[in-house]
Design a protein around this ligand. Structure first.
Ligand SMILES: C[S@@+](CC[C@H](N)C(=O)[O-])C[C@H]1O[C@@H](n2cnc3c(N)ncnc32)[C@H](O)[C@@H]1O
Length: 459
């Protein structure tokens, strides 16, 4: 592997005696990780049904290493949203940021959703998660991932944080900034990032990171917590970004992160670094533990946030009449909703978190859970709604065994013969795999017309 001279020199300076073992780590086998989606399944239950050779990631309760030939992205449970595939050290930020049920949370640089899906699982469909990315094309993958995950108290935005910081001033209880960075920690995993580093190095990213973290500081409530992370080793992008924040905002302080034997401390190089407690930040190095590389800093904004009496902005609700075909459908099964928060936009219906601001002036990719579409006085439930349900909540279900060949046929968009399901009634049917929803079908005398979202099909 050809690493840039300038990069090697900076790593040598940073690591000293450890430099050789860092270089040797490029010969180690690549690490693959998956994180169980506890919104849908407990880690214990997942382990009972997992077909993969898993090994626990010691510092992440719901994280596991898998082996390359396991191919978890080609398994029906992946389509059911039971896990998210993620590099092990990248699981750390969302794991470290403490989330309470009911929190209003902002994931500022979120696409494709690796951190947001875990934050949403911790929220357990309470509160609000605003998940944002500046790149419009990347928000498409973000939306898909939060929908597969089954999240319903979400809003996906496509904004530059600078543009919205005044509007969301002191709005959030928790903020996660997984900043755009030069990606040095991913060099082992992806050679393309080395070329990109040569074109756009730490200096360019450091400027963006300072802007993003300062916007985050304004949007956090006093007493709230903010997590800053990168997947790079550059001090300029890591410790220096935190020092920039702490120098400019004396209402922020670093907080201890639960230790793990493989974690390294951030570099504390001067008296002022010591005063700022820079060593409370955590570095993950691939020669010290089984993770590719990350930097994580947990910060608190001074003040008090009382989890039992936390005041949020509450939206008065939408002033639209919800058509009867929509409420008839939603009332036909076990679904908890307040019709005041159903927003009708054209033919589409959304269930929005009561903590979300008005949409006007925001570049919204999705506000709330897309419930479905009204078509000629009929209601068609959405793929996102199917993913947000539990199979037991819907009365008309075809639950296929994971080894049943009809599961893959369904995911490929094919019509299914299901006359062995004698109890199923004609009409909307929720198709499941071994107890977990995959999507909708229309049952008609033993045949299922496939309603799985075309863009999500198994290829
Ligand atoms: C490291 S990636 C995020 C990965 C994501 N958190 C995950 O775990 O899947 C950084 C993201 O920041 C976005 N980004 C770049 N500049 C930004 C800015 N000024 N504000 C918000 N997002 C930005 C990029 O488009 C990119 O998707």
């Amino acid at each position: 592997m050809n690493l840039p001279e300038k990069y090697l020199a900076s790593m040598k300076e940073m690591l000293g005696d450890d430099f050789e073992s860092y270089l040797n780590s490029f010969d180690d086998t690549r690490l693959y990780g998956l994180r169980v989606n506890n919104l849908k399944i407990s880690t214990e239950d997942f382990l009972k049904i997992s077909p993969f050779k898993l090994k626990p990631i010691p510092w992440i309760e719901n994280g596991f290493y898998y082996e390359e030939d396991d191919k978890p992205a080609k398994h029906p449970y992946y389509f059911a949203g039971l896990y998210y595939i993620q590099e092990p050290s990248a699981m750390t930020p969302a794991n470290v940021l403490p989330i309470n049920k009911g929190d209003v949370v902002f994931d500022m640089c979120a696409a494709p959703g690796g951190k947001s899906t875990e934050l949403a699982a911790k929220l357990d469909n309470t509160g609000l998660l605003i998940t944002n990315d500046i790149s419009n094309s990347r928000t498409k993958a973000l939306l898909k991932n939060v929908e597969v995950n089954g999240d319903n108290k979400i809003c996906v935005l496509n904004e530059d944080p600078k543009q919205i910081k005044d509007r969301f001033s002191e709005f959030f209880d928790k903020i996660l900034i997984d900043a755009p960075c030069s990606g040095e920690g991913m060099f082992r995993k992806d050679n393309k990032l080395i070329k990109a580093w040569e074109k756009t190095g730490p200096e360019v990213y450091a400027e963006i990171q300072r802007s993003v973290i300062m916007s985050g500081a304004e949007m956090l409530k006093p007493g709230g917590m903010m997590l800053y992370s990168t997947c790079t080793f550059s001090k300029l992008e890591d410790e220096e970004t935190i020092k920039y924040l702490l120098t400019n905002r004396d209402d922020f302080e670093l907080v201890d992160i639960k230790p793990y034997e493989g974690f390294s401390h951030g570099f504390e190089e001067s008296d002022s670094d010591k005063e700022m407690n820079i060593s409370k930040t955590v570095r993950i190095f691939p020669h010290k533990m089984e993770g590719e590389g990350h930097f994580v800093a947990l910060l608190k904004k001074k003040g008090e946030l009382d989890p039992d009496n936390n005041i949020h902005f509450v939206n008065p609700g939408f002033n639209n009449k919800v058509p009867k075909e929509v409420t008839d459908f939603l009332d036909s099964f076990n679904f908890d909703y307040d019709s005041k928060y159903i927003n009708i936009r054209g033919t589409y219906c959304y269930l929005v978190s009561k903590y979300m601001q008005e949409e006007k002036g925001l570049r919204i990719i999705r506000n709330g859970l897309l419930l479905g579409e009204i078509k000629k006085n009929r209601f068609e439930p959405s793929q996102a709604l199917a993913m947000a349900l539990k199979l037991k909540d819907y009365p008309n279900v075809i639950d296929l065994d994971v080894n049943d060949e009809r599961v893959v046929k369904y995911l490929k968009g094919e019509t299914l013969d299901c006359d062995d399901f004698t109890d199923v009634k004609n009409g909307w049917v929720l198709i499941g795999v071994s107890g977990y929803p995959l999507g909708w079908g229309k049952f008609n005398n033993g045949q299922v017309k496939n309603k799985y979202l075309a863009g999500w099909r198994w290829m």
